[in-house]
Design a protein around this ligand. Structure first.
Ligand SMILES: *Cc1c(COP(=O)(O)O)cnc(C)c1O
Length: 436
């Protein structure tokens, strides 16, 4: 690794030049294009434990971790073994396997609120299906989401806030009919009054509120004390379903996700990322009386050719089993300590340079912002210095550390990040900020 020189990325550059001819923007998911930090995306050859290696042969300590799923790092031996064993028996059957029931039991063990669960193939599918179910169950149409929270790319959820306390939404993307977006109301995260006002106005029409219990898609933002409790109280009062979107936080901020961490029981839960052990999986579940409405028991249709796929179940079960084993031994507090240490080195280095900075860590997530004040919602997150982050991102890359290529994303830790990686990361963060 050359700390001063420019990293050689010829192979990645060539690969990207070829890819843009064949894939929209050269990628299969927009954030991979590095638009927020500039430069070409890094092409990956392989990963091992906490390390990821580029096509050009550079190795990085990985805090992107495939955007969250890799709680046990890359190519974990037990996940590999489980997938390999399943692979030998066939990749998909379209008929039930026992693994699906085992998965449901394990999810229920870790998250008692998930009494019954339906497996799907992505987080987007999970949230989309949960909303349909919530609307059918409550016989109401309006859903509420928070500005800056991301719940996948289904039409109803691609909506951001306009001005005012609560706006009935306008679509965030062309192709989303206003008629659909019209049923989505948005309020700023962490603002109790806005929430109370919205419920006072239209509480009886709201089918569901969907929330990330720790917001992870505008950087990593913690719910303020009492906020989720008030949300639970209001939804209960108005007969509105509370959906915890734990696609990111599930099995990541605690073994039982945000609902365990904050001691709140949601009506429905959406899952993804960690639950698949690195394979494509999503899930939604919750109260039995609500889940009874899902076909074939009930009238709410939702299906999937590859749902509950045996390879994906094998990987997910292996991951959840390791969580069961390691959580009682301090897995989550260790990750949180590591995250806090990285954050505190970042804050100290910035302070020494007079650079405004903010950050915090929770479980296996942490956030670093170049921001004057506290980051509590989308508005404050969006004020962070983007140029400074881009510079920081590339300075860390040069030093062998990979962060998510945007400040408005969470950084992730894994169970296999050790003391050695931690000290190297802290040195890299300190040296990167000093170089500014
Ligand atoms: C990633 C994410 C999604 C979308 O999941 P996909 O598997 O990318 O479709 C939904 N909600 C939250 C909170 C997420 O972090």
């Amino acid at each position: 690794m050359d700390n001063d020189g420019i990293l050689q990325m010829e192979k990645s550059e060539k690969a990207f030049q070829e890819a843009v001819k064949w894939l929209p923007g050269g990628v299969n998911s927009p954030v991979r294009a590095f638009l927020a930090v500039g430069g070409n995306p890094i092409y990956i050859r392989q990963g091992s434990g906490p390390h990821i290696e580029s096509l050009d042969g550079h190795s990085y300590i990985d805090y992107l971790l495939s955007w969250g799923p890799l709680l046990f790092g890359h190519a974990h031996p037990r996940i590999k073994a489980a997938v390999t064993e399943a692979l030998e028996k066939g990749t998909s059957f379209g008929l039930p396997t026992i693994a699906e029931t085992v998965m449901a039991q394990k999810v229920n063990q870790l998250m008692p609120a998930v009494e019954v669960v339906r497996m799907v193939n992505s987080g987007t599918e999970a949230t989309m299906s949960a909303l349909r179910l919530a609307r059918a169950f409550t016989k109401r149409n309006i859903i509420v989401k928070f500005e800056g929270c991301y719940h996948g790319h289904s039409d109803a959820l691609l909506v951001k806030a306009g001005s005012g306390v609560a706006t009935l939404g306008l679509p965030d993307s062309p192709g989303v009919p206003e008629g659909i977006a019209h049923y989505t109301a948005t309020v700023p995260y962490n603002q109790v009054e806005a929430l109370q006002e919205l419920f006072a106005q239209m509480g009886e029409q709201i089918a569901a509120v969907i929330v990330e219990p720790v917001a992870g898609n505008m950087g990593c933002i913690l719910p303020q004390s009492g906020y989720l409790e008030e949300l639970r109280r209001l939804t209960q009062k108005y007969g509105t379903l509370l959906i915890f979107d734990e696609v990111m936080t599930g099995f990541r901020v605690a073994a039982g996700g945000g609902q365990e961490r904050f001691g709140i029981r949601p009506d429905l839960v959406t899952l993804g990322k960690v639950i698949g052990g690195g394979l494509p999986v999503g899930a939604y579940g919750g109260r039995r009386d609500i889940m009874e409405w899902v076909a074939p028991n009930g009238p709410v249709y939702q299906a999937g050719t590859l749902s509950g796929n045996p390879l994906a179940m094998a990987a997910g079960i292996a991951a959840l089993t390791m969580i069961e084993e390691e959580a009682p031994n301090g897995l989550y507090s260790k990750m949180e300590q590591y995250g806090q240490q990285i954050v505190s080195v970042f804050l100290q280095a910035c302070q020494a340079k007079g650079i405004p900075a903010y950050g915090h860590a929770i479980g296996g997530m942490f956030g670093l912002f170049f921001n004057e004040g506290a980051v509590v919602d989308y508005q404050s997150a969006a004020q962070s210095d983007k140029k400074m982050f881009a510079q920081f991102f590339h300075a860390l890359l040069k030093r062998g550390v990979l962060l998510p290529p945007s400040q408005l994303e969470s950084c992730f830790l894994s169970a296999v990040h050790g003391q050695e990686e931690l000290s190297r990361t802290c040195e890299a963060v300190d040296s990167a900020i000093r170089s500014f």
